[in-house]
Design a protein. Structure first.
Length: 367
C-alpha cells in the first residue's frame, strides 16, 4: 500500500483511477481504455513534475521522512556485494540503529556504515527510529580506525532525526561518543564519502558526515535541529514549521549554495520512494565517481582536502593549503590590519623605544 503526503492528494486520486483501469475486474482493455490509461499516466507524470519542482522546505522535510523512502539497508544490499556486517563496540554492546561492515563496490573494498530507521513499526522500534546510542558511534569509530589501518575507503549513509537523547545514552557518554566520532572522521587518511539519503539531524548526523565529500539526495535535509524544534524554541509554536524550515536553509539546494555540501543526486520523478532501483543506481555511480577522484591522492593530501573543506565553510576562503611541504596543518590568511597588530604587540617595547628616541631627537633639533 502506497503512502501519500498531504500535498500529493491529486496524485493519489489519479493513481486510484489508474488502478481501477488496470484492475482484473475489467473484462478486457479496449482501445479506448488503453488510451485512457496513457492519458491518466501522462497526467500523473505532469502533476508529479509540477509538484516536485516547486516544493518548499517544509514539504521537502516531509519527503525526506516519507515512510516509503528507501533506507540504508536497501542501498547496502543493492549497491555492495559480499557485504559482511560487524557488530559491537567492545565496551557495552551493539546498536541496531546503525549497520556497519565491509563490502565490495565494483571489486573495490569499502567500509559501509548506514544509519537505519526501519521499514515498519516493529523494525522502527528495533532500530530506535534511526537514533544512535553511544555504542553505535563507538562501533563506527572502531571500524573506521580498522579501515584506516588497511587503507580502505569509507562510505556512510546518513538518515537520522538525531542522536538518541535518553538518560541511559547520556550516562554511557553520548556527547563524548559523538565528539570522538567527529574527531576520528576528521583524522582519517583514507577518503570518506557521506550520502544523506533522508534526514541529517544535528550531531547525530555530523558524527558520521565529517567527510571529504558530503552528498545529498535532492529531497533530503540536513540541519542542526528539526523545523518543529526550531519553531518551538523561536516562536513557542510548532505549527510554524514552514517558516522555520525556510529560515534554516536545510534543503540540499540551499546547502550547496552555502558550500556546506559538495553535490546533489537528482531523484526520480516524484521522489526516491517512487523508484528505488533507479535512485540506488544513481547513488552507486556517484560513489564510484568520487572514489575515482581520490584514487591518485596520497594519504596526507586526502587528510588536507578534508580539513580545508570544513575550515573554508563560512569563511570566504580564509584558510590556505599546508604552509610547507611535509606539514599537515593549515595556515590562516591573516588580514593586513590583524597582521600589523600582531607584529606591533610582539615588538611593542622596541617600537615604543624607537618612538621615544625620535621624539627626543626632534626636541633636541628644535631647541
Amino acid at each position: 500500500m502506497k503512502n501519500y503526503l498531504e500535498f500529493e492528494k491529486e496524485i493519489k486520486t489519479l493513481e486510484d483511477e489508474m488502478d481501477t483501469l488496470k484492475s482484473p475486474g475489467n473484462e478486457s482493455i479496449s482501445e479506448v481504455d488503453t488510451g485512457k490509461i496513457k492519458s491518466t499516466q501522462d497526467q500523473i507524470n505532469s502533476k508529479l513534475k509540477s509538484i516536485y519542482s516547486n516544493l518548499n522546505s517544509w514539504q521537502k522535510t516531509q519527503v525526506a521522512r516519507h515512510e516509503d523512502r528507501p533506507r540504508a539497508t536497501f542501498y547496502i544490499k543493492k549497491i555492495f556485494k559480499d557485504f559482511t556486517p560487524l557488530a559491537g563496540d567492545r565496551y557495552f554492546g551493539d546498536d541496531q540503529s546503525v549497520t556497519a561492515g565491509f563490502g565490495l563496490v565494483n571489486h573495490k573494498s569499502v567500509l559501509v556504515i548506514g544509519q537505519e530507521k526501519g521499514e515498519d513499526l516493529n523494525t522502527r522500534i528495533e532500530k530506535n527510529f534511526g537514533m544512535m546510542s553511544p555504542e553505535g558511534y563507538r562501533k563506527c569509530i572502531r571500524l573506521m580506525k580498522l579501515a584506516n589501518r588497511f587503507e580502505i575507503p569509507i562510505i556512510t549513509f546518513i538518515d537520522t532525526p538525531g542522536a538518541y537523547p535518553g538518560i541511559g545514552a547520556e550516562q554511557r557518554g553520548q556527547a563524548s561518543a559523538i565528539a570522538h566520532s567527529i574527531e576520528c572522521s576528521m583524522s582519517l587518511k583514507v577518503p570518506n564519502i557521506s550520502v544523506i539519503i533522508g534526514e541529517g539531524g544535528s550531531g547525530g548526523a555530523i558524527a558520521l558526515a565529517s567527510s571529504n565529500k558530503v552528498i545529498m539526495l535532492e529531497n533530503s535535509i540536513y540541519s542542526v535541529i528539526s523545523p518543529e524544534g526550531c519553531a518551538s524554541i523561536l516562536w513557542r509554536d510548532p505549527s510554524k514549521s514552514l517558516e522555520a524550515a525556510e529560515a534554516m536553509k536545510l534543503s540540499a539546494q540551499d546547502l550547496l549554495k552555502l558550500g556546506v555540501i559538495d553535490d546533489i543526486i537528482p531523484e526520480p520523478l516524484g521522489g526516491a520512494h517512487r523508484n528505488h532501483d533507479e535512485i540506488a543506481e544513481r547513488i552507486k555511480n556517484t560513489i564510484l565517481d568520487n572514489l575515482s577522484y581520490f584514487e591518485s591522492m596520497k594519504s596526507e593530501e586526502i587528510l588536507d582536502h578534508r580539513k580545508n573543506k570544513f575550515l573554508k565553510i563560512g569563511r570566504g576562503g580564509g584558510f590556505a593549503k599546508p604552509s610547507s611541504e611535509g606539514e599537515t596543518g593549515l595556515e590562516f590568511k591573516e588580514p593586513l590590519f590583524l597582521k600589523f597588530g600582531r607584529i606591533f604587540t610582539q615588538n611593542k617595547y622596541i617600537y615604543i623605544a624607537a618612538g621615544l628616541a625620535i621624539i627626543a631627537s626632534i626636541i633636541v633639533m628644535l631647541y
